[in-house]
Design a protein around this ligand. Structure first.
Ligand code: NAP
Length: 345
């Protein structure tokens, strides 16, 4: 007889990373998922795409209120075995950094954590989707003497974070994650806690129907280059560490399968570094794009690892024990999905 499926409450189920995580949870055959979405319309569209009896939805319109998750947890708390909190604003075109980025991130993680403690007596593990932006020091990205690992925290203060949206986002991820670790200690919780700290997440959307003219923030960088002109300039400031979305999804699930091993860990998901040039170098290997998109100065990013801060995530790799998907595969899979949807393959 097969074991009974465990229930995962996953916030922000409509998101790019969340959909791939829901897919892997359902595909494993081990989990049922209750996903929170902001509207019935989003829930209906996901229900249609996933078409699974093991997926249901609750509506949480705005995580900026500390009680936003209470109704859902009052209703389903006793069924919940695991919580995966992915919901958080990912945007750099905001008008009010505190209200649009920091408050939903901080209050969102406070609210779902407290609701978990109060209403989910059988909870075994809580996973928060944090970010490498809670770890990296963006102002020292070009400092090769700076070494970062799973213990590092970005040094940004609240005051400085209000100066620009990128720093505001970095602070929002740091404070949301720190809130969870702090509450875990203060409330002396008995369940495990893991933070997932992905770098730039690249790779295909879970469903072709999510391929729209503008994609989620991290994929939009690649989308723009796919639609660049052959004489477009390459933005040399666009650089970062990278990880494939399917690996990010998998890293969210491993702690649910082995709570003790992953309890207290931060998983820094990084598989090297890229610049816009590395991406166009890969895109130009695709016959349908070669000669039609930007070329830049081929391979001028190949030494990028020697120029930027050093990310040491050996501990994460050892804990997870699987090979990360290459940047080349992430970019090629992203491009083929977009070209397919646009009828160009
Ligand atoms: P995404 O597609 O924009 O997903 C964000 C999710 O959060 C969506 O479900 C969104 O709902 C929900 N959300 C945002 N603000 C909300 C609010 N105020 N109230 C309720 N729900 C809200 O972005 P993503 O890239 O998948 O990001 C998911 C998580 O991964 C975030 O925590 C992000 O910080 C983290 N992360 C992303 C990357 C990356 O490169 N993509 C890297 C590191 C960490 P709607 O769809 O309804 O807007």
């Amino acid at each position: 007889m097969s074991a009974e499926k465990q229930t995962v409450f996953l916030s922000g189920a409509s998101g790019y990373i969340a959909q791939q995580t829901v897919k892997q949870l359902l595909d494993s055959g081990k989990f049922k998922v209750i996903g929170s979405v902001r509207s019935e319309e989003k829930g209906n569209s996901l229900a249609k795409n996933f078409n699974s009896p093991d997926l249901s939805f609750v509506y949480v319109k705005d995580i900026s209120s500390e009680t936003a998750f209470d109704d859902a947890f009052k209703q389903y708390g006793s069924e919940i075995d695991y919580v995966v909190h992915t919901a958080s604003p990912v945007a750099f075109d905001v008008t009010d950094i505190n209200k649009d980025l920091i408050v939903p991130a901080k209050i969102g993680s406070t609210g779902i954590f407290k609701a978990s403690v109060k209403y989910a007596p059988n909870l075994k593990h809580f996973v928060i989707t944090s970010s490498s932006f809670a770890i990296l020091d963006l102002l020292r990205e070009n400092d090769h003497s700076l070494h970062l690992n799973e213990q590092s925290w970005n040094p940004i203060t609240y005051e400085d974070s209000l100066k620009d949206a990128v720093q505001g986002y970095c602070y929002s991820k740091k404070i949301a994650e720190q809130t969870v670790w702090k509450l875990g200690k203060e409330l002396n919780v008995k369940f495990g806690i893991t933070a997932i700290n992905p770098t730039y997440v690249l790779g295909p959307q879970c469903f072709d129907s999510s391929v729209t003219s503008v994609l989620n923030v991290s994929c939009e960088f690649v989308n723009k280059l796919i639609h660049s002109k052959s004489d477009s300039e390459i933005d040399k400031t666009f650089v970062g560490p990278n990880i494939d979305v399917r690996d990010v999804a998998r890293a969210h699930i491993e702690p649910l399968l082995n709570s003790e091993k992953f309890n207290g860990q931060r998983l820094l998901l990084s598989n090297g570094r890229f610049g816009a040039q590395s991406i166009v170098d890969i895109l130009n290997e695709i016959p349908q794009l070669k000669g039609k998109i930007a070329v830049g100065t081929p391979h001028s990013d190949d030494d990028i690892l020697n120029r930027m801060s050093v990310i040491n995530n050996e501990k994460t790799k050892e804990l997870l024990g699987f090979e990360f998907i290459s940047l080349e595969k992430s970019i090629k899979d992203t491009a083929s999905q977009i070209l397919k949807v646009e009828g160009k393959l």
